[in-house]
Design a protein around this ligand. Structure first.
Ligand SMILES: [Zn+2]
Length: 411
């Protein structure tokens, strides 16, 4: 068995929220970080440090990390690979981990920079940004080669070597357009990893329906070449256009697929049992239902109806199920209130509010504390514009100072 491992860097709070027509409130982004941490995910790319409306959210989440709630997950910010962004990111936030992004393909050089930048300019901007990140005390940073899948091998290797020489801990191979297939990405990542000997991050999009397949094929290539692999995922595959690689599917593929099981090692801290909870929450927060046939968490993932299949599944679940619903945290009955409901919203009063928190078995020291939390919960409801979940209510009651900061956006 290979000694190198596959780690997950979830990008729901960066790429996922770039999904057109959709977004997450800062409180919802915070809950995603909390659930990713509970799930044992290595790193969350949690936002944009140079975007002003993210600053309070980012700094409050960094405080939650210090307080132990967001630990051991690594929180990293995404910026452009230019010195100015490093300066701004470190001036506006206390972020200690960064991803520095720049386009590397001829298409982008021509189409995006309109011929104003040469390949040498791209390398110089990136290495200057790396040097600045180190000067500013950034603990780890990866370099993103945007549109790597349309960048020729020679330049991609030279670019990645320069990133390594200037202190990058990883190179992110971005299949920005979802153009790769599992065979091409395997070949290219293997060559890259062999030449540069730098851990590779796979960032794949789903325009051809291949994001998960390409991610695991790229990870296999990195490990076969003797370096660690990091896969970028999003919860429920949310992301620009047709989305990114789905978190739960990637985990399952590495743990259960024929060629991976017992051969390639996923970061042992990952708890698949949190899959159901995080997928349900992201669906609620984005307002996007989980398709019934979504791997593992779709409502049909363990449903059998046809005679032979139902009979077979009842005799032995292994006849027609590759993995168990219990492993995913499924199987508990869900209670849906069909009678009277008291909910906590932006116009709630103290009595109803205490009732709601009472059901969660959260008690307040006194009326003053109850009123303070009520006020915050009202704001939270204004902020998310949806009924607050039990998890959100709990978070607000336990971390009121951080909740207040997260919800504070001053234009
Ligand atoms: Zn992307």
């Amino acid at each position: 068995m290979a000694k190198n491992k596959v780690y997950i860097i979830d990008v729901t709070n960066r790429d996922g929220v770039q999904t057109a027509k959709l977004g997450l409130a800062k409180l919802e982004k915070t809950m995603i970080n909390i659930y990713l941490n509970e799930m044992g995910i290595y790193q969350s790319e949690f936002g944009f440090p140079v975007t002003r409306h993210e600053n309070n959210y980012l700094n409050a989440n960094l405080e939650l990390a210090k307080m132990g709630l967001l630990k051991p997950i690594i929180l990293s910010g995404w910026i452009r690979a230019i010195e100015e962004d490093v300066d701004e990111a470190t001036r506006l936030t206390r972020v200690k981990h960064l991803n520095l992004s720049i386009s590397t393909s001829e298409q982008m050089l021509r189409g995006k920079f309109e011929g104003r930048k040469t390949r040498e300019d791209i390398i110089r901007m990136m290495t200057d940004a790396c040097d600045r990140a180190r000067e500013k005390g950034i603990e780890t940073f990866g370099v993103n080669a945007e549109d790597a899948s349309r960048t020729d091998n020679e330049f991609l290797i030279r670019f990645s070597q320069a990133a390594k020489d200037h202190g990058a801990c990883r190179i992110r191979y971005c299949d920005t357009l979802g153009y790769d297939d599992p065979f091409t990405i395997y070949e290219r990542v293997k060559l890259l990893a062999q030449e540069v000997k730098l851990p590779v991050e796979l960032h794949c999009h789903n325009d051809l329906g291949l994001a998960v397949a390409c991610s695991v094929a790229g990870a296999k290539a990195a490990i076969d070449a003797g370096v660690d692999a990091y896969i970028n995922t999003t919860v429920n595959g949310m992301g620009e256009r047709c989305g990114n690689a789905d978190l739960v599917s990637v985990i399952l593929a590495i743990k259960k697929a024929k060629g991976f099981e017992n051969r390639y090692v996923l970061d042992e801290r990952v708890k698949l049992s949190c899959a159901w909870k995080i997928a349900k929450y992201a669906s609620y927060a984005f307002g996007v239902p989980i398709p019934i046939n979504q791997p593992a968490v779709g409502s049909n993932a363990f449903a059998h109806e046809s005679g032979i299949h139902a009979d077979g599944a009842l005799k032995d679940r292994r006849n027609y199920e590759l993995y168990d619903f219990e492993e995913l945290g499924r199987g508990e009955p869900e209670i849906i209130e069909t009678g009277r409901q008291i909910t906590a919203g932006e116009y709630s009063g103290i009595k109803g509010f205490r009732n709601v928190y009472g059901k969660l078995e959260i008690e307040f020291k006194n009326d003053e504390e109850a009123r303070e939390i009520l006020e915050l919960a009202r704001y939270a409801n204004v902020h998310t514009q949806k009924p607050l979940t039990d998890g959100e209510l709990r978070f607000i009651a336990q971390y009121p100072e951080q909740a207040r900061k997260i919800m504070t956006v001053t234009p």
